[in-house]
Design a protein around this ligand. Structure first.
Ligand SMILES: Nc1ncnc2c1ncn2[C@@H]1O[C@H](COP(=O)(O)OP(=O)(O)OP(=O)(O)O)[C@@H](O)[C@H]1O
Length: 627
């Protein structure tokens, strides 16, 4: 058992969590449990044994009442007891009955242990598979999915909804199956004991089941509402904690608290509405069941008095009746759990079925080492339907060229850059690198050829060394140190007591903006891609930090095709070509001198910035990057 589990654990770590896309809830569930069919078979057998033992337990009592205490003859299926070497003494028969009771319970206990052991294993591994499958899917969705979905709500599904499924699989599902088997078994035995009596006794069951089914719908709708509100609450909390600096800076703690208060109260109200519906089910079922039991007691007493039924048979019948209604009552209670699990599955399925992915052609090829010729051919792109952000853009960037992209804010500069690594695909037109449409390359291969330094370098929680090697994990320690030296980062890293092993990112040491950018540059140097996209890499830095970062950038840019997006025109005035973007079109293109001579938008922007720099510093402030 242990070895099997260990093996499964190792597989769960190693298996790629890829699974065919789910189409319906049932196919999702079947796909999830399929790998565990041997365990499911063991569970089923153990369940049969557990149910059988539970059905057998009242019979020793009947033997004691009817055959040991009373004088009823032994039923024909028990005559073999007379052949035992125990003799025919009543107390010996009582000893057999008592031992049988212990045996039934012990076997039932063993079956129950096996059941729980394997059910919990299946539940844990199914939850593990679900989490991994969802994360795998989410990591590959197009960025446009995240433009319209809150991360907090997704977190809530990956954690809470998966836990709901896990709890359902490990507790409720097993109970439902055992209950169903028990009901079938008890009905058969009750028919054996007294069929017409049984028919009358259980005639109330269809009404109970109808009632339960009717309520299941209402409970499910209420549960949907509760989960929606709970996910909303996680989203509010996640956003608030993520924006903690802005909240402190603007003193908006009260506003954020109010937001949580509102959504938290909505969650409470939704949960109370759901409880109102849920709490009706149990009492109604209990009352219906008590009518039925009362009838059996009354009618049973008259049958015993008339000598048609033995006291033992009535006791066993009553014991079965309570066993029969207990799973029916459980089913009523479980309506809530079933509804919760259905809602959780639907929410998980919604994520798994999202198809906003950047598709890779089946015959896509790895581009290998690209030279870096980039062509935009009549590219049109919109984030939202029918609202183009780029209109018919055409650009030509030759391998090894350093080009600048500038233009007013919101004109589409960053959007242009994000189409090259296929963060998004254009609506019309195409983008070619070295003469091949980027959609003909594998996504991973294409992105390996592109390095980024953005306005803010995002540090991953881990050591500085891991952060530098993030884009190429196989980089050696020597390569990492060399990259840090070229990025002007080595000296400040060595000043930390733990050097390259210093923890950064969440909860780790916090680096200044300039230091973070230099880590970002070292990261791009280690990745060593022929195409480099610099999106306002110095925008958030002061003059001193900017100088050091620009020096590092010079080292990084050498020998690569570089696209620099910036508002600071002085940083691109030595570029081989500058594209001026306005309202999603290329308004002008040329070298710095050509654009100044043209005397249009670029020249206006440049002169405006020139005057500002003179005013601020008393002399022009030159932060140019020499290619
Ligand atoms: N993820 C997004 N979803 C929807 N619209 C977006 C998204 N990102 C940008 N936009 C919109 O697209 C337009 C172009 O944005 P983009 O970021 O490319 O401009 P930009 O020229 O780089 O601006 P800036 O100089 O301010 O960085 C803007 O109107 C912006 O509001």
């Amino acid at each position: 058992m242990g070895a099997d589990l260990k093996e499964r654990y190792a597989q769960a770590l190693a298996d790629p969590p890829v699974a065919p896309p789910a189409t319906s809830l049932s196919s999702l569930v079947l796909g999830l449990v399929k790998p565990y069919w041997t365990w499911l078979a063991i569970i089923f057998l153990a369940m049969l044994a557990e149910t059988g033992m539970s059905l057998a337990t009242p019979w020793p009592l009947k033997v004691i009442i009817d055959n040991v205490i009373g004088n009823e003859p032994l039923p024909h299926w028990l005559l073999w007891v007379e052949d035992l070497p125990l003799g025919r003494h009543n107390m010996e028969l009582a000893a057999v009955a008592a031992s049988a009771m212990v045996l039934f319970n012990a076997l039932g206990g063993l079956a129950s242990y096996t059941n729980n052991y394997f059910t919990e294993s299946v539940a844990q591994y199914v939850a593990n598979d679900l989490r991994r499958r969802m994360y795998h899917h989410l990591l590959r969705l197009s960025l446009s999915y995240y433009d319209t979905h809150q991360v907090g709500k997704l977190l809530s599904t990956i954690t809470s909804d998966v836990s709901t499924i896990q709890d359902f699989a490990s507790e409720t599902l097993l109970n439902i199956l055992i209950d169903a088997l028990t009901i079938i078994g008890i009905l058969s035995l009750m028919f054996y004991l007294n069929w017409d009596f049984t028919l009358m006794a259980v005639s109330v069951s269809p009404f109970i089941l109808l009632f339960i089914i009717r309520f299941k719908k209402a409970v499910k709708a209420a549960t949907h509402e509760v989960r929606k509100d709970q996910a909303e609450m996680v989203a509010v909390l996640q956003q608030g904690l993520e924006s903690i600096r802005a909240i402190n800076a603007y003193g908006r703690q009260d506003l954020e608290e109010d937001r949580l208060k509102q959504v938290s109260l909505e969650t409470v109200e939704a949960a109370l509405r759901a409880r109102k519906i849920k709490s009706i089910v149990s009492p109604v079922v209990t009352i219906l069941v008590s009518f039925c039991t009362a009838f059996v007691l009354w009618r049973g007493a008259s049958l015993v008095l008339a000598g048609v039924m033995t006291i033992g048979a009535l006791t066993v019948f009553l014991s079965y009746l309570s066993k029969f209604f207990s799973p029916i009552k459980d089913l009523a209670k479980m309506t809530t759990n079933i509804a919760q699990a259905m809602v959780a599955l639907e929410r998980i399925q919604q994520i798994l079925e999202t198809d906003i992915i950047i598709h890779q052609k089946p015959n896509a090829r790895n581009p290998g080492k690209l030279k870096g010729n980039i062509v935009f051919e009549n590219v049109t792109f919109s984030y939202a339907d029918n609202l183009p952000v780029l209109h018919n853009i055409s650009l030509l960037i030759q391998a090894g060229q350093h080009v600048g992209i500038c233009g007013p804010t919101g004109s589409g500069k960053s959007t242009i850059a994000s189409l090259i690594p296929r963060f998004y695909d254009p609506d019309a037109g195409r983008i070619l690198i070295d003469g091949t449409d980027v959609r003909d390359f594998t996504l991973e291969g294409l992105r390996m050829q592109i390095g980024f330094v953005l306005q803010e370098t995002v540090l991953i929680y881990g050591s500085i060394q891991e952060n530098i090697a993030y884009g190429r994990p196989e980089a050696t320690a020597a390569e990492i140190i060399e990259a840090a030296k070229r990025a002007n980062a080595h000296d400040f890293i060595c000043r930390f007591p733990k050097g390259y092993h210093t923890l950064v990112g969440e909860r780790g040491m916090t680096l200044s903006g300039g230091e973070r950018q230099r880590i970002g540059i070292a990261r791009a140097i280690v990745r060593n891609s022929p195409i480099l996209i610099l999106d306002e890499p110095t925008a958030s830095l002061d003059t001193e930090a900017e100088r050091s970062v620009l020096e590092a950038l010079e080292n990084l840019m050498r020998g690569r095709t570089v696209i620099t997006i910036t508002h600071r025109l002085r940083t691109i005035c030595h570029a081989d070509k500058i594209f001026v973007i306005r309202e999603g079109v290329v308004a002008e293109e040329g070298t710095h001198e050509e654009l100044l001579q043209a005397g249009k938008l670029y020249s206006e922007l440049y002169q405006l910035q020139d005057r500002k720099a003179v005013t601020i510093n008393g002399s022009p402030h030159d932060t140019r990057v020499k290619p």
